[in-house]
Design a protein around this ligand. Structure first.
Ligand SMILES: *Cc1c(COP(=O)(O)O)cnc(C)c1O
Length: 230
């Protein structure tokens, strides 16, 4: 089941890339393993998966300890400032930075560890549908503020599109954040790169890739439905 799902997703990534003339190596598949037990992640690891995304600090912490060291862990969920210390230096990318205060805390924790933590700025492109993320019109200002912190390095933007039945409905959202990332990249702000665009989930990752995603976050499509009651 897992193996077939994974192959299917990888194949879809190839198809989406081909459609718009992109090289599949430009797109990183993040296996979103939240709520799934360590054994399932190990199974995915044995099939070659090395990039996992989680959205809860405690769960992430536990899984990092239990699984092989060559895994690249990504924090993709909303992050509270008081929990940054538990994951600082343990994850390769924090996708969900949407305030200066959160970035400041990441900066403090990075400095304590003598490291620089790569982050993405989460943008709420769809506005009414998500309570997290900075508004499109406020993004450049936040990027400029965060860029002053030398313990964090902005690598790009992330967005969560709404759940839709027809993935085409999200095309405009993906297009809009791609445009925003091009605009910000053109400003050549010190300590800011716009190389990463994290967008697209199980329902819409192919459209996201067509619109320029460099990271897609796929959970259900790989691991099946989540059961939050266990
Ligand atoms: C859960 C989650 C995903 C994966 O969602 P699926 O629809 O299961 O692929 C992607 N991104 C974020 C931020 C998530 O919380």
């Amino acid at each position: 089941m897992l193996e077939e799902n994974l192959k299917k997703v990888q194949e879809n990534i190839r198809i989406a890339c081909e459609k718009v003339g992109r090289d599949p190596s430009e797109v990183t598949l993040i296996a979103v393993s939240k709520t799934k037990p360590v054994e399932t992640l190990q199974e995915a690891y044995d099939l070659g998966v090395r990039v996992f995304g989680e959205n809860k600090v405690q769960e992430l912490d536990k899984k990092i300890d239990a699984l092989p060291e060559d895994i690249s862990w990504h924090m993709i969920g909303h992050l509270q400032r008081n929990k940054v210390k538990y994951i600082a230096g343990r994850v390769d990318l924090i996708h969900s930075v949407d305030s200066f205060r959160l970035a400041e805390e990441i900066n403090i924790q990075a400095k304590k560890r003598g490291t620089v933590i790569p982050i993405l700025i989460e943008v709420n492109v769809a506005e009414e549908d998500s309570k997290f993320g900075v508004r499109v019109e406020d993004t450049e200002e936040l990027v400029r503020q965060v860029a002053e912190l030398d313990g964090v390095s902005i690598r790009g933007l992330m967005t969560i599109a709404p759940y839709v039945v027809d993935s085409e409905e999200n095309r405009e959202i993906f297009h809009k954040i791609k445009d925003l990332s091009i605009d910000i990249a053109a400003k050549n702000i010190d300590n800011v790169s716009m190389d990463i665009l994290s967008m697209g989930m199980t329902g819409d990752y192919m459209v996201a890739i067509e619109e320029g995603a460099t990271m897609v976050r796929v959970g259900t499509g790989i691991f099946g439905e989540r059961n939050y009651n266990i």
